[in-house]
Design a binder for this molecule. Structure first.
Ligand SMILES: Nc1nc2c(ncn2[C@@H]2O[C@H](COP(=O)(O)OP(=O)(O)OP(=O)(O)O)[C@@H](O)[C@H]2O)c(=O)[nH]1
Ligand SMILES: [Mg+2]
Length: 448
């Protein structure tokens, strides 16, 4: 796949377009510095980490055209497209470029966009769907292509490859045959993949078997990104993504999926873009994930600071986002938390009502000493409960966040340092009750 194009004039970048994760401009200059002594009107290629850098100059205008592509793309295709790129740029912008003005703005290149997408199409990413028979590869292909979803297993023969268009971008999608008699084709078919999605049907037996694909990919398509699709999540006993991730044990991302559900089309496309490293603007999958991460932070902060109502709202939003992401397990855990906070909040309300009731009946308190003591006991046990639950919540959300972030930064919180407001609130209440008992006793003494 084509990952980026950039053009320099007199050693300055005058145009860049990145299809994948964005690289800092300084990084592009580093790249340029690596090849600058070797640039001329003939196309040259260099290997750079997991990419190929191809470049070509126009010496009279002091222009350099640079492509960064994956190794799956054929050299002759890169050369053809690099020549087209140079020719089209010169055709469109010759007057501006002749002015020798290095301060050429990106928007001058707007007219170039249709050509750019055509170049990308001709150097499009290859996405391979691999997995054993009947796990749902063809169903996933049809889901992505918005074709009718099959409800019967009609085994794929050899392979089914097709070009699909998602938004402005084109992909080449390869749906492998999973039946035993086609396994010998896999090592040829997988070559040149930019992304391999390992499809499992989320049964223990199939996941266990499918672990074989990771070594296979690393050997046959060493530069491909890969991820695991935990399909058939609707079936009873389906392992959840976390269990599958642990079984694979290599840190690869696992995405839950129900491919027979048409409404998952967008999600499936987002997964593909995510694994391809298409940037966040293009891949909306990352947005809900990031949104959930920050909600978890906010919920945690609200819990620490004692704003249970705010925490409740945040948890409710986390539930919604988790459902959107089909993370049913997380949604369920968060739903329980939501209910617990609601019950804490309603018990706090009861405490306040009790408080008011005590004030109203303070003249009768002599008779009610026992009752009050038992109320105090209840408050004490509630305080303890609150303490445990807040701690429990924070531990749980940390677990989820950790899962969510995979290998991203870990957050450690010293729970002992937390000032748990439900406790201090209850302490205040207890002090009030003590004061009221005293006042009631005084009053009782006066009356009798
Ligand atoms: N319940 C359920 N069934 C699914 C799901 N995805 C696919 N299926 C069913 O699983 C069966 C097999 O699906 P295919 O997509 O043909 O499987 P495949 O991996 O392409 O199989 P081969 O071509 O033989 O390798 C079909 O009956 C699908 O309807 C899912 O998410 N849930
Ligand atoms: Mg198939």
């Amino acid at each position: 796949m084509l990952r980026l194009i950039f053009i320099l004039k007199n050693g300055n970048i005058i145009y860049q377009y990145q299809f994948g994760d964005t690289l800092e401009e300084s990084y592009l200059y580093d790249l340029y510095n690596l090849i600058r002594t070797d640039i001329n009107e003939n196309i040259k290629h260099e290997e750079y980490f997991k990419y190929r850098i191809s470049y070509l100059a126009d010496c009279s205008l002091n222009l350099v055209f640079i492509f960064m592509t994956s190794f799956g793309i054929r050299i002759e295709d890169i050369e053809r497209e690099l020549n087209i790129c140079k020719k089209e740029i010169l055709n469109l912008f010759i007057d501006v470029l002749k002015n020798n003005n290095s301060d050429i703005k990106d928007n001058i290149f707007n007219d170039f966009e249709p050509i750019l997408y055509k170049i990308h199409k001709n150097l499009k990413p290859k996405v391979s769907l691999i997995g054993f028979a009947g796990v749902g590869k063809t169903t996933i292909r049809k889901l992505i292509k918005a074709e009718e979803i099959p409800n019967e297993h009609s085994a794929t023969i050899n392979v089914d490859s097709s070009t699909i268009k998602v938004g402005k971008l084109y992909y080449s999608l390869w749906d492998f045959a999973g039946q035993k008699q086609y396994h010998h084709l896999w090592n040829t078919l997988i070559k040149g993949s930019d992304v391999v999605l390992i499809i499992t049907d989320s049964t223990r037996e199939n996941v266990e078997k499918s672990k074989v694909f990771t070594n296979f990919i690393e050997k046959e398509a060493p530069f491909a990104e890969y991820a695991i699709i935990a399909n058939k999540q609707d079936l009873e006993g389906a392992l959840n993504p976390l269990e599958i991730k642990n079984m694979f044990g290599n840190g690869a991302n696992v995405y839950p999926m129900i491919a027979i559900d048409q409404s998952n089309r967008e999600k499936m496309i987002e997964i593909m873009a995510d694994v391809l490293g298409i940037n966040t603007e293009v891949s909306p999958l990352l947005k809900p994930l990031f949104a959930r991460d920050s909600l978890i932070d906010e919920a945690e902060r609200a819990l620490k600071e004692g704003y249970l109502e705010v925490a409740l709202e945040k948890f409710q939003e986390i539930v919604k986002l988790s459902l959107h992401l089909d993370d049913y397990e997380i949604a369920k855990i968060m739903e329980e938390k939501t209910r617990k906070i609601e019950s804490i909040l309603s018990s706090n309300e009861t405490e306040e009502i009790c408080n008011e009731e005590f004030q109203e009946v303070d003249t009768e308190l002599n008779e009610n000493d026992d009752q009050i003591n038992s109320e105090i006991d209840t408050q004490n046990s509630r305080a303890h409960l609150h303490e445990i639950e807040v701690e429990d919540f924070i531990q749980d959300i940390h677990k989820i966040k950790k899962t969510d972030e995979d290998n991203r930064k870990e957050i450690l919180i010293d729970i002992n340092k937390l000032n748990r407001p439900p406790k201090s609130k209850t302490e205040e209440l207890r002090a009030d009750i003590d004061r009221m008992i005293k006042e009631a006793e005084e009053l009782g003494k006066k009356i009798f």
